[in-house]
Design a protein around this ligand. Structure first.
Ligand SMILES: Cc1ncc(COP(=O)(O)O)c(C=O)c1O
Length: 405
């Protein structure tokens, strides 16, 4: 017996649920790539992306996934043999570091934990050791999708400044952009990357690099540049050059619509929606954890991301059984553990095109799975999520007038 046959939900941290309006925007014939509507679509997308990254500077669009944007960021600002410092807090910054190594950079790592955020004072201390200023770039993620941690980018920037070091700050905002504040210019980030398939509510296939003035200066002397990723090539006079070939038209139509949806909601409202829905997920997990079968992966509550949550199983309880039940019986795809956390955790994403009924449905499905599979858990997780949302919305000015007393 399955209860799956209805609208299915993705509760994995990317790709995420794509709004119907975005899918509809992509459902049209291909158009001229040299003139007409597509040129204004590019302009609208670039202007919307500048708002998402909060920058007045440059944004580049790639027909690629997040790995592509990683390579674009590195190859545009670094030269062979230069050092980069990876700030570890999960799977993705080290993954970016492996790419830097493959490109020819020398990679150093500031070791971290799978259960905590990067500590800014350790960044400062590590940079002070680099008296010869050999480190040219620092790689960090804002949200690590594997561990569910959020790193404090302004605090890391402040630590770099206090150390007096001049390395570029490169931030992976792939699992965070459009789910929480990010400010390239205001925070002094030099390069930021993201992909279309998470907070941007689009299908996978596009990724983006935003570059500030120091990055554009480093770009002039970078010798890892290759033709496809090269920012200068993409600045050429022809529209065609912006994509180094045929523009990914339908993805751009979808992106234009998703940016329009985000901007019409208002970015502050988008962040608040994520904060409240993430809070609801965390309330449910707090209550369920009382059963002793699992706990939050990230130990400190203020280091848990508003875009995705990682739940660590205790010995003897299989995350995969929960994932299978939720998918096959309820039509909800949870995130599985990846990298070193494979088999040890499950993940609930709460990013992108997600609202209260979706989150409550996802939490209800997890509670159903816990009950059906007899995984010990505290009673009333969904109720705790509802209460959190009710309290938060009440504070937001909603109230009911009694019709009859
Ligand atoms: C934080 C982060 N960085 C990088 C990536 C890699 O992106 P992609 O899988 O689109 O190449 C992901 C993918 O989940 C991610 O979550």
């Amino acid at each position: 017996m399955t209860l799956r046959n209805g609208r299915e939900l993705l509760a994995m941290p990317g790709p995420t649920n794509v709004p119907d309006a975005v899918l509809a925007a992509m459902h049209r014939p291909a158009i001229d790539i040299y003139a007409g509507d597509l040129l204004s679509t590019t302009d609208v997308c670039l202007s919307g992306l500048r708002k998402m990254f909060a920058t007045q500077h440059k944004v580049y669009i790639y027909a690629a996934n997040g790995h592509g944007a990683w390579e674009a960021a590195l190859s545009n600002v670094l030269s062979r043999g230069e050092q980069v410092l990876v700030l570890e807090s999960g799977r993705f910054a080290p993954g970016w570091g492996l790419m830097a190594e493959a490109l020819g950079a020398e990679v150093l790592t500031l070791p971290g934990s799978l259960r905590a955020a990067v500590q800014p004072d350790r960044v400062e201390a590590r940079l002070r050791e680099d008296t010869k200023r050999r480190i040219k770039a620092i790689l960090v993620v804002q949200v690590d999708t594997a561990t569910g941690v959020v790193n404090d980018i302004p605090a890391i920037r402040a630590a770099i400044d206090t150390s007096g070091h001049d390395a570029l700050l490169l931030v992976d905002a792939i699992a965070s952009l459009c789910t929480m504040p990010f400010e390239l210019d205001g925070w002094g980030v030099d390069v930021a990357v993201t992909g279309s398939q998470k907070g941007l509510m689009m299908s996978p296939g596009l990724s983006f690099c935003a570059a500030g003035p120091r990055a554009l200066q480093a770009h002039r002397r970078a010798d890892l540049r290759t033709r496809y990723w090269d920012w200068t090539q993409r600045e050429g006079p022809e529209h065609y050059q912006k994509y180094c070939g045929t523009p990914p038209e339908h993805l751009l139509f979808g992106l234009q619509k998703s940016l329009e949806l985000l901007l019409s909601e208002g970015l502050d409202n988008v962040f608040e929606r994520h904060r409240l829905l993430a809070g609801a997920v965390r309330r449910a997990i707090e209550v369920w954890s009382e059963g002793g079968a699992f706990e939050f992966n990230i130990l400190e509550s203020d280091q848990r991301a508003d875009s995705t949550t990682t739940i660590r199983m205790h010995d003897g309880y299989e995350a995969s059984a929960l994932e299978t039940f939720c998918r096959d019986c309820c039509g909800v795809t949870l995130g599985r553990g990846i990298g070193d956390l494979q088999g040890e955790v499950f993940r609930i994403a709460h990013m992108g095109h997600i609202n209260a009924p979706m989150i409550l449905g996802i939490l209800g499905s997890v509670e159903l799975a816990l009950t059906a599979l007899q995984v010990p858990h505290g009673a009333g997780g969904v109720q705790a999520a509802v209460q959190w949302l009710a309290r938060s919305l009440h504070q937001g000015g909603y109230e009911v007038t009694k019709i009859r007393s």
